[in-house]
Design a protein around this ligand. Sequence first.
Ligand SMILES: *[C@@H]1O[C@H](CO)[C@@H](O)[C@H](O)[C@H]1NC(C)=O
Ligand SMILES: *[C@@H]1O[C@H](CO)[C@@H](O)[C@H](O)[C@H]1NC(C)=O
Ligand SMILES: *[C@@H]1O[C@H](CO)[C@@H](O)[C@H](O)[C@H]1NC(C)=O
Ligand SMILES: *[C@@H]1O[C@H](CO)[C@@H](O)[C@H](O)[C@H]1NC(C)=O
Length: 967
Amino acid sequence: MLLKRSFCCYLFLNFVFSFSTMPIAASAFSTRVRTQEAEALLKWKKSLSGQSQYLLSSWMLSSSNITSSNTSTNSCSWEGIRCNIAGSVTGINLTSIGLRGTLHEFNFSSLPNLSSLDLHDNELFGNIPPSIFTLCNLTFINLGYNQLSGRIPPEVGNSTMLNVLSFSNNLLSGPVPSTLGNLNNLSLLYLGNNRLTGPIPPELGKLNFLSELRLNLNNLTGSIPASTGNLTGLKILSLYGNQLSGPLPREINNLTHLVLFFLSNNSISGFLPKHICHGGILEDFCASNNHFTGTVPKGLKNCTSLTRLRLDRNHLIGNISEDFGIYPVLDYIDLSYNNFHGEVSPNWGKCRLLTSLKISDNLLVGVIPPEIGGSSLLHVLDLSNNKLVGKIPYELGNLKSLFNLTLSGNSLSGEIPPGIGMLPDMAYLDLARNCLNGSIPVQLGYCLKMFYLNLSSNQLNGSIPDAIGELVSLQVALDLSRNTLSGEIPWRLGNLIKLEILDLSNNELTGPIPSTFDNLNSLRLVDVSRNDLEGPLPNNEAFLKASPEAFQGNAQLCGNHSGLTLCPSSIESQKERRISILVIMMPLVGVSIILSIVVIILYTMKSGKTKMSKEPEDSHQGNLFAIWSYDGKLVYEDIKEATEGFDNKYCIGVGGSGSVYRAELSTGQVVAVKELHTFHCFNLQNPNIFENEVKALTKIRHRNIVKLYGFCSHVERSILIYEYLERGSLAKILQDVEQAKDLDWAKRINVVKGVAKALYYLHHDCRPPIIHRDISSKNILLDRKYEAHVSDFGTARFLQLDSSNWTGLAGTYGYIAPELAYTMKVTDKCEVYSFGVLTLETIMGHHPCEIMCCLSSSSPLGSSSSSSSATLSMLPSHVQNLPFSNLLDERLPVPTPEIAEEVATIIKLGFACLNANPLLRPTMEQIYIELLARRLPSIESRHELALGQVQNQGVQEQEDKTTSMTM
Ligand SMILES: *[C@@H]1O[C@H](CO)[C@@H](O)[C@H](O)[C@H]1NC(C)=O
Ligand SMILES: *[C@@H]1O[C@H](CO)[C@@H](O)[C@H](O)[C@H]1NC(C)=O
Ligand SMILES: *[C@@H]1O[C@H](CO)[C@@H](O)[C@H](O)[C@H]1NC(C)=O
Ligand SMILES: *[C@@H]1O[C@H](CO)[C@@H](O)[C@H](O)[C@H]1NC(C)=O
């Protein structure tokens, strides 16, 4: 009776208040349902980690509120909960907030009206409970981007109302359940990036309404079932990164509504589908890295809707000039590593939106058509390893956006067009192994972003232009070997302080190796063999450590090296060196020099009488600036005296922007003094920007950022005065066995946390946010207590939130995010990438290059292509297969289980930062929370902290290692 009355009441209220957004309900019946729902939610909450308790702090209900007839509070007001008009839970949406725990304690049957469950991008682990699928009203499930493991329960087929189902980016294993075929309302099915095995079940062909099917990045085997052809409404079919084999079924041609079709990185054989572009809406077709044979079907030739086409790394044949048409909206095409023949078609020049054209490693003949110069947005042009002849067309000088030109391994002749040097973004130029002659154009020295320059194995003559020494961004390699270059090596090459590989071998170079090469601090490999060089080796590690072969064939080279005779008088050469250093210091260039000097000038002009910036609140004892009482001249004289006139013996490092000295001042205080390299011809575009930048820089105050005490502008030199950090750079410590051992696990964890805190501060606490742009182990300095301090803000940028932040390439090779090389756009996510590299380097004890190479593409600029690339985000599956113990610095003892746990979190974060897709990298804020939140609940229980498989596996392996060592 009562029940019935309240039910009427409910209907009445429902009617009256149906426009109200507030949930209303008053019946005892719905109160009971609501109580049951609230209890189920609270029980789940309680099973989550300590941090999650805090995240769900709105999930609270005192017992009095449940039992009382007070209707204003129930679970409907909790974060992420949506209710129907009767106050019963219909939706749960808790995404990207870092919830950690399992779904095991979630009593789904208590939430009978649940229709939408969105928990994606959290830290959920454990199995997917089959009980979810007893909810017959469920239309939407997204559990993607967690660490769920185990099988996909076959019961999933019971939720026949499901419209959207996503379990992507988890650790799920086992087969794709065939019961999925029962979900005949399904429109989106995402199971990508898991560890699923077995074949694609033919039952999926029953999903009549499916518009997106993503099974990419799993370990699926077998061939693609013919029933796939029944999915005629399919717009997206993504199967890349599996082990699928066999030919495509003929029925695939029925999929005429496809917009995106990804098959890359499988072992599919047979022919390409004939009619996939029948609907005329195919935009992105990737079939690279398979075993496709035969010719390119006519259907693709006329597919004018294409924006992206990747057929590279197959066995395709045919005449390339006939089989491809004109694609008005094509952005990216890669046909490399096939057996195409014929000539490069002038039609490519008519693809006005083309940014990447790659047809390397085929059998192309003929000349490079000048018409290519019409494709004015081209960023990457790679025609290497074909049989092309003739000249490099001058028209390539019109490609103002070009930054990668790779024409190596052909039979091109004639001169290098000087116009290539005029391209403002040119960063990667490889013209090696051709028959180019003439001299190296001086204009190449104008490419201030040049990162890699290879002109080897040609017939170039004349001398090496001085201007090559202006390529201050050169980092990966300068290879001029195997030509007939003559004359002396220009001393200006000593400016290339970022250069890692220098090959000048097999030329006719004469004279000494310039003593300016002492400055090439980044150099790792050098080869000057088979020239006519003479005199002493430079005092440079790469030269001193090089093998004798690197010098052979130069009868008159001398020096203290196993392959050489000792020089007649070492004292004399010492003197000579000192003089040339002084000469060379002057023209060294770098972004920060312009920046700092301009600012110093502006600042000093503005502040009029004083040349010293003032440290407002310095808690250090013996306050430098109080003692100096702002007398810039006195400061400068004091520093000059302390360093005996900037003598080399006080020099503690040479960086991109200047040399750093240790100076013990008359007050007894020790500071680091950076002497800026002066810059001879900077162009001053917008002084206000520079002024603003450094003004803000002086405002930065953070425990983990090196303190700038002040700066002096002096006619002789300009200097910056920093706090002195006793232990030097992290890079230096990791290179030294003894010092690396002293930097134990706890200290390393603290270093990573310190850097994270600093970057969090720069990105999220500074207005506008600051991007450092050169995070590397060289720029992390440690104090006596091993606390990390970020240094060298020479390349830092302030993010203009309203502009596009385009920029030149800055940073250290090996730490630069792949997309930055492509887009030249600064974002905080580029920095997150560098942080990831640094993090892994700290744990591994060396740069993680071997991991990064298998994560991203082979050439640093060449293939990093578009961020939407289907084949790029391979990261997680690789990571998951890496044994944890392989990543630990072997010089340190095995960490204790507690430490191992923390190290595992750091490793996991490090990998997350290296995701090829910048959008999927965490922000510094998320990293900060992750790293520092772990402290809070650690005492409660260690189980709560278990982070899922990666980490458990890590701890497990550590324990195994410990036991085997004690045995
Ligand atoms: C219980 O309800 C009262 C009255 O609506 C409210 O003030 C109080 O915050 C509620 N308690 C909890 C724990 O939500
Ligand atoms: C859940 O919330 C997020 C963020 O507000 C939103 O993007 C997403 O679409 C929501 N999910 C559902 C199923 O409404
Ligand atoms: C499911 O939805 C239907 C209508 O969409 C509704 O009548 C029913 O009460 C809901 N709940 C359950 C448990 O079926
Ligand atoms: C749910 O699915 C399982 C396995 O597919 C099946 O055995 C069971 O009968 C189903 N339950 C219901 C209620 O349909």
